[in-house]
Write a protein that binds this ligand. Structure first.
Ligand SMILES: Nc1ncnc2c1ncn2[C@@H]1O[C@H](COP(=O)(O)OP(=O)(O)O)[C@@H](O)[C@H]1O
Ligand SMILES: [Mg+2]
Length: 409
């Protein structure tokens, strides 16, 4: 990239061009010089594709908003790919202006679908360009006056292994994507051999949450992109290593920084974690919005559930986020929800029915049960996802009844 104007202060609007001719670049430099807070940060002389990724300067990465001027004249197909790729890299903070001599209807439609917001025909009129930049600037200002974008972090812990924590986080994530059309990231926080990618029929990917934590200081959308594996539904996943690997390290500050960054890019971030990672558990509970403790209705899991509820409830800040989930409940269960509530002294937020045959088949096929399938399991996950989207997942007050379990006495 050839740089035009080094500027140590983060710009409110950083403008750059791709494969643009001198007339467009001169017009852009003039237009930006007339707009307060805007800077022209430089030119890229090649189109940007998945295979060809340039270095982005700090001026671009740190700017509050960016505008790309993509010239379509040299190669319209590559220009379209560039638009798509830049949208992936810069996510919510980018606007794109397509520029060309002959932008006909079908090409314009494709450009819009690839993420271009406006188009200008050549020769570019500086006043038109300034007006476009001004519109982007104003819409950005309106957004920045509304509360900052903040995705919600939902964390999942099993009272013990095998209770269905991964299954529920995978299916809940799918509900949020497919029913509610949310942008969702599922993080498999197992330091090794997690099952989230496996249940979704995905390859594990090269980088894992531990690597993201290690890079907490230099996160940007492009780096994040390298960590993600994508499910066909649109769900994005950071998988766990499919080989034996050391445990995650990372301070509470690192976790806070990474989650803060992810909150800007997703509506929901689901973390399939484990109570075994003592240090990471504390950090995740501290920074999550909701903490789901999953159990099954059997004495061993419930004894452990009671202990974890007790432990998490020690601090006022975490007790408010805590939700108890009973998985694999059956209508003729030996242990009722009321008995569980009394035993663990905490209300049950949601009970998910047993769905053994369907889930085993889905795991073997590497294809989750479709969200529209009308099983009781899916219906209950739909209720749960509605609660989350409507933020109605507040636990009710406990109504203890009848006698408890041996472990509670
Ligand atoms: N509601 C359910 N009904 C039937 N089987 C379930 C249910 N939830 C999970 N399972 C099964 O239990 C097993 C363990 O689930 P998994 O989600 O990997 O547990 P965990 O992550 O807690 O170790 C899997 O075979 C899964 O299909
Ligand atoms: Mg698991």
């Amino acid at each position: 990239m050839s740089s035009h104007q080094p500027n140590p202060e983060p710009a409110t609007q950083a403008i750059f061009s791709i494969c643009a001719d001198a007339q467009v670049v001169d017009g852009a430099i003039l237009a930006t010089s007339q707009l307060p807070g805007a800077i022209f940060v430089g030119e890229f002389h090649d189109y940007i594709t998945v295979e060809k990724r340039p270095q982005f300067s700090p001026a671009l990465r740190n700017a509050a908003a960016c505008v790309a001027l993509i010239d379509f004249d040299r190669d319209a197909e590559l220009a379209l790919k560039t638009a798509e790729r830049l949208q992936q890299i810069f996510l919510r903070k980018l606007n794109i202006i397509a520029i060309g001599s002959h932008m006909d209807g079908p090409l314009l439609l494709r450009a819009m679908r690839c993420g271009c917001n406006e188009y200008l025909t050549k020769p570019v009129d500086t006043a038109d360009l300034r007006a476009s930049l001004g519109r982007f600037h104003n819409s950005q200002a309106v957004e920045s006056q509304s509360p900052a974008w903040r995705g919600r972090v939902l964390s999942f812990f099993g009272a013990k292994g095998g209770v269905g924590t991964t299954t529920l986080s995978v299916y809940l994530a799918m509900q949020l994507v497919r029913r509610h059309r949310k942008k969702v990231l599922l993080i498999d926080h197992q330091h090794e051999l997690g099952h989230a990618a496996l249940y979704l029929g995905l390859k594990n990917g090269q980088y894992h949450f531990g690597d993201l934590i290690r890079n907490a200081d230099r996160l940007d959308a492009d780096l994040l992109n390298g960590f993600i594996v994508r499910h066909i539904s649109g769900l994005e996943v950071i998988a766990s290593p499919d080989v034996c690997a050391p445990q995650h390290k990372g301070t509470s500050d690192d976790v806070d920084r990474v989650l803060g960054f992810l909150r800007q890019h997703y509506d929901y971030i689901l973390i399939d974690s484990s109570v075994r990672y003592q240090e990471a558990k504390i950090a995740i509970i501290e920074h999550a919005d909701e903490v789901y403790l999953v159990s099954t209705p059997d004495v061993a899991a419930l004894r452990d559930l009671a202990r974890h509820v007790e432990h998490i409830s020690l601090t006022d800040s975490s007790v408010g986020k805590l939700r108890v989930v009973v998985n694999r409940s059956t209508s003729n269960a030996a242990v009722t929800a009321e008995q569980i509530e009394k035993a663990v002294r905490f209300p049950v937020s949601i009970a998910v029915p047993n769905n053994y045959a369907e889930l085993v088949r889905a795991i073997n096929d590497g294809e989750p049960v479709p969200a529209q399938h009308r099983s009781e399991f899916n219906q209950q996950l739909a209720v749960w996802s509605n609660q989350i989207v409507n933020d109605g997942a507040r636990p009710e007050t406990v109504k203890p009844k009848k006698s408890g379990f041996a472990f509670w006495r």
